[in-house]
Design a protein around this ligand. Structure first.
Ligand code: GDP
Ligand code: GDP
Ligand code: MG
Length: 400
């Protein structure tokens, strides 16, 4: 009977092993289902949804994979990735979140100024040498000699009274003085009120080639359309065929009409036609993009002067925006002076602040031209244009 006893034991043993295997497989399947469900719940960065994080072990039935399709993790609060090529059927980013995002970039882009201020605040003893270094850095940050001297003198006076024992207090003084230089009292709104009732507002965009005029026209049109305004674009940069093409592409994206002509056409004529179109169709704003060939000052003056004069046969120009590339520093300042002599600039658009380590140009260009910086460009994305915000700018360059 001994052998019978052992057979029973053997059968029971085999049964236990089989049961164990079944439980193990089941457990694995369960864990896998859980793993698939998890990406939905975890607040991690969304992976590209096409790549499902499913690792199918060899031997598992495909039914397990099919049972739980992996939906893309929906994250309503996540910051939308900048998609410059995206058609602008979607809503543009809200101005506040736009500026908050841009300020973070500003904080890193203006590091020369921020570093000078940091060095000053962290110095054990502020002697003449420290002040000299401070001044030098401010000048190399494109702040300009006048504003640099003013800022340094104001700080020396304030900090001599109170000392810099309290860095928080020193920083406050700095913030106040910088804000004074940026001048929060200037009117930075675009003048989009037509001179005569029924006319469109006319925005003329000027500046050297490559500064970002066409890009700015596109971004601005997007903002205006989102505000419910009707817009027509005029491609008065007829120097290269590609220029009109670039503007028309922006127009399509934003859903507005672009008036254009052939390469080599008279820019004034295209500008005229664009404004005429705006008048005829009763739009709110016509934005005219121009070429910025800085061949000779008289050539430029003739061309831009003529464009403006011819436009005004139809409707007065309400805003002349000068687009300046912040990364060009003192060269940019020279260009700005020439343009300001040639045409009545009413606002400055400072582009590529994201690529500049020298935010001081904001202060210098306003001072010299007596014209406020109204808009800033902080990237190539469709929403990378923001109204200039003095407080935000100062916080940005102080790294706050
Ligand atoms: P335009 O010749 O003055 O019309 O200049 P474009 O609008 O064609 O722009 C020239 C280049 O500068 C393009 O590659 C733009 O994408 C780029 N650009 C324009 N604005 C900005 C900005 O604010 N930041 C950065 N990083 N690039 C910009
Ligand atoms: P000015 O003599 O230099 O002041 O300029 P004009 O008034 O003679 O115009 C010069 C150019 O502007 C013309 O050759 C046209 O290209 C353009 N222009 C002026 N008036 C009109 C107009 O009524 N329609 C169109 N399409 N273009 C015009
Ligand atoms: Mg252009």
């Amino acid at each position: 009977m001994d052998w019978f006893f052992w057979v029973i034991i053997g059968v029971i043993g085999v049964a236990i092993i089989i049961a164990g295997i079944i439980i193990t497989i089941d457990g694995r399947r369960q864990r896998q289902l859980e793993a698939e469900a998890r990406p939905e719940l975890e607040p991690t960065e969304a992976e590209p949804p096409v790549v499902a994080p499913v690792d199918v072990p060899v031997g598992e039935e495909p039914a397990v994979v099919d049972a739980e399709p992996v939906p893309p993790a929906a994250e309503p609060e996540a910051e939308p990735a900048p998609v410059p090529t995206e058609p602008a059927i979607d809503e543009p980013e809200a101005p506040t979140s736009r500026w908050a995002r841009l300020r973070r970039r500003l904080a890193t882009s203006n590091n020369a100024l921020a570093r000078a201020l940091g060095d000053l605040l962290s110095a054990d003893k502020i002697d003449d040498e420290v002040w000299d270094d401070f001044e030098t850095t401010l000048i190399t940050s494109d702040l300009g000699v006048g504003p640099t001297t003013e800022l340094t003198e104001a700080l020396r006076k304030e900090l001599a009274i109170d000392g810099v024992a309290d860095p928080e207090r020193a920083k406050k003084v700095l913030r106040t003085e910088l804000l004074k230089l940026v001048d929060p009292t200037l009117d930075r709104s675009l003048n989009l009120t037509p001179a005569n009732e029924g006319d469109p507002a006319v925005v003329l965009v000027v500046g050297v080639n490559g500064t970002g005029k066409t890009t700015t026209v596109g971004k601005l049109a997007r903002v205006l359309v989102a505000e419910g305004k009707s817009v027509v674009l005029g491609a008065a940069d007829t120097f290269r065929a590609a220029a009109a093409e670039q503007l028309a592409t922006w127009g399509e994206r934003v859903g507005v009409e672009t008036v254009r002509s052939d390469e080599g056409a008279d820019p004034a004529s295209v500008a005229f036609d664009a404004v005429a179109k705006g008048v005829d169709t009763g739009v709110d704003v016509v934005i005219v993009d121009t070429a910025g060939r800085l061949h000779t000052k008289t050539g430029l003056m003739d061309e831009l002067g003529k464009v403006k004069r011819v436009i005004e046969k139809k409707a007065p120009v309400t805003e002349v925006l000068l687009v300046l590339d912040a990364t060009t520093g003192q060269n940019g300042m020279t260009q700005a002076r020439i343009f300001a002599e040639v045409v009545d600039v009413t606002g400055i658009v400072l582009t590529k602040l994201d690529g500049s380590a020298k935010g001081g140009i904001v202060i210098q260009v306003q001072r010299e031209l007596g014209v406020p910086v109204k808009l800033v460009g902080l990237g190539e994305g469709v929403d990378d244009l923001a109204p200039f915000d003095p407080e935000g700018f100062v916080q940005g360059i102080l790294g706050e």
